[in-house]
Design a protein around this ligand. Structure first.
Ligand code: SF4
Ligand code: SF4
Length: 324
C-alpha cells in the first residue's frame, strides 16, 4: 500500500474507533522557539510542584530520544464534553472528571489503532502509545499535526469542535503523509484571560500553575491560600457572582471560549457520569465520607485529588463563601 493510502486508512480507522480528530506530524525535535519557551516556563517555576513536567525534559522536547526509530507521530483527540451536566446550584467538577478515568479508555483505543496500523504495513512495526505517562508535549503535537491551534487559554482548540478533548499520540517507525500546523484564530478575543478568577493566565498563551485552580484543587497537597482568589478581574468577579463554585478542577477559561459553543456531547459511554454523582447536592458534599467518596469515584480520575484534597476544596467553598 502506498503512503497516502496508509495515511487515509489510519485516519478513517481512528474515526471508527471514536476519535474526533486525527492528524500526523513528522517525528523530529520540538521547534526551538517552543522548546526555549517551555524551558523558561520551568525555570520560572510556573509548573508549581508538578516535577514530572521537568523529568525527562530532553525526551519531552525530542521524541527521537524516546524512540530513536520514530518517523511519524499520529496525534488523536477524544471528546469528553458531557451531555448531562451538574446544575448551576451544585458544586462543579471539571468536565474531564465526570466519567471513568480516561487513561484506560484511551490506551485501549490506541492499542486497537496500533494493531490496525500494523496490518497495513509489510514488516513488523515499532510503536509507542502515549497517554499522559509518556513525556510528550501533547498540545504541541496536536497543533503540529494540524488538529487545531493552541489558544490564549493554552488549550488546544479544534475548529468547529472546541477544546474539551483528551489528547494522545502513537509514535510509529513508518513514514506517512504529514499535516500542516494551523494558525491561531483567537484574534483579538481575550474572554478566557478575562474569565480566569486568579490571574493564572498572566498573559495570553502563558499560564502560571501556582495560581491555577486546576492545579491547586487537584495536584496541590496541603492547604492553599484563599487570597489567591483576590486577583479576580472585574469580568471574572461579575461572572463568579453568578456561577457555582468548582470543587475539582476549573473549566472557566474553556467555558468562556466561543469555540466551545460548537462542543458536541461525547459518544464514549465510559465518560458518562453516574446518576449518583449528578444528584449530589452541596449538603451531600459537605458531609461526604471516605466510603461514599470511594464508591462515587471508583475508577475515576478524581482519585488523583485524594479524599483529603476534595474535602479541603469543599470546606474552602463552604467556610469562606469562596468561588473556587
Ligand atoms: S483553569 Fe481556571 S484558574 Fe486555571 S487558568 Fe483556567 S480559568 Fe484560570
Ligand atoms: S476565549 Fe478567545 S482568546 Fe481564549 S482561547 Fe478562546 S478564542 Fe482564544
Amino acid at each position: 500500500m502506498v503512503i497516502s493510502d496508509i495515511t487515509r486508512e489510519i485516519k478513517s480507522e481512528a474515526k471508527r474507533l471514536g476519535f474526533s480528530a486525527c492528524g500526523i506530524a513528522k517525528a523530529e525535535p520540538v521547534d526551538e522557539a517552543v522548546a526555549n519557551k517551555y524551558r523558561r516556563w520551568l525555570e520560572e517555576g510556573k509548573n508549581a510542584t508538578m516535577a514530572y513536567l521537568q523529568n525527562n525534559l530532553e525526551k519531552r522536547l525530542n521524541p527521537l530520544l524516546l524512540m530513536p526509530e520514530a518517523r511519524s507521530i499520529i496525534s488523536l483527540a477524544l471528546n469528553y464534553y458531557p451531555e448531562r451536566k451538574l446544575g448551576d446550584d451544585q458544586y462543579q467538577f471539571a468536565y474531564y472528571a465526570y466519567g471513568q478515568d480516561y487513561h484506560d479508555v484511551i490506551k485501549a483505543k490506541l492499542q486497537e489503532l496500533a494493531s490496525y496500523v500494523q496490518t497495513l504495513v509489510d514488516s513488523p512495526m515499532t510503536v509507542k502509545l502515549c497517554v499522559d505517562t509518556v513525556p510528550m508535549l501533547d498540545r504541541y503535537w496536536a497543533w503540529k499535526a494540524g488538529l487545531g491551534w493552541i489558544g490564549k487559554n493554552t488549550n488546544l482548540i479544534i475548529p468547529r469542535a472546541g477544546s474539551f478533548f483528551f489528547l494522545a499520540e502513537l509514535i510509529v517507525d513508518i513514514d506517512l503523509e504529514y499535516d500542516s500546523p494551523m494558525e491561531s484564530h483567537c484574534g483579538t478575543c481575550t474572554r478566557c484571560v478575562d474569565a480566569c478568577p486568579t490571574g493564572a493566565l498572566e498573559s495570553p498563551y502563558s499560564i502560571d500553575a501556582n495560581k491555577c485552580l486546576s492545579y491547586l484543587t487537584i495536584e496541590h497537597r496541603g492547604d492553599f491560600d484563599s487570597d489567591i482568589l483576590s486577583h479576580k478581574s472585574e469580568t471574572a468577579k461579575d461572572e463568579a457572582d453568578h456561577s457555582a463554585p468548582f470543587v475539582y478542577g476549573c473549566d472557566r477559561c474553556q467555558l468562556a471560549c466561543p469555540y466551545n459553543r460548537f462542543a458536541q456531547p461525547t459518544k464514549i459511554k465510559e465518560f458518562t457520569p453516574k446518576d449518583e454523582f449528578l444528584n449530589m447536592r452541596p449538603s451531600d458534599w459537605q458531609s461526604l465520607t471516605v466510603e461514599q467518596y470511594r464508591t462515587l469515584f471508583k475508577g475515576s480520575a478524581v482519585k488523583r485529588a485524594k479524599y483529603e484534597g476534595l474535602v479541603r476544596n469543599i470546606s474552602m467553598v463552604k467556610d469562606e463563601g469562596n468561588q473556587l
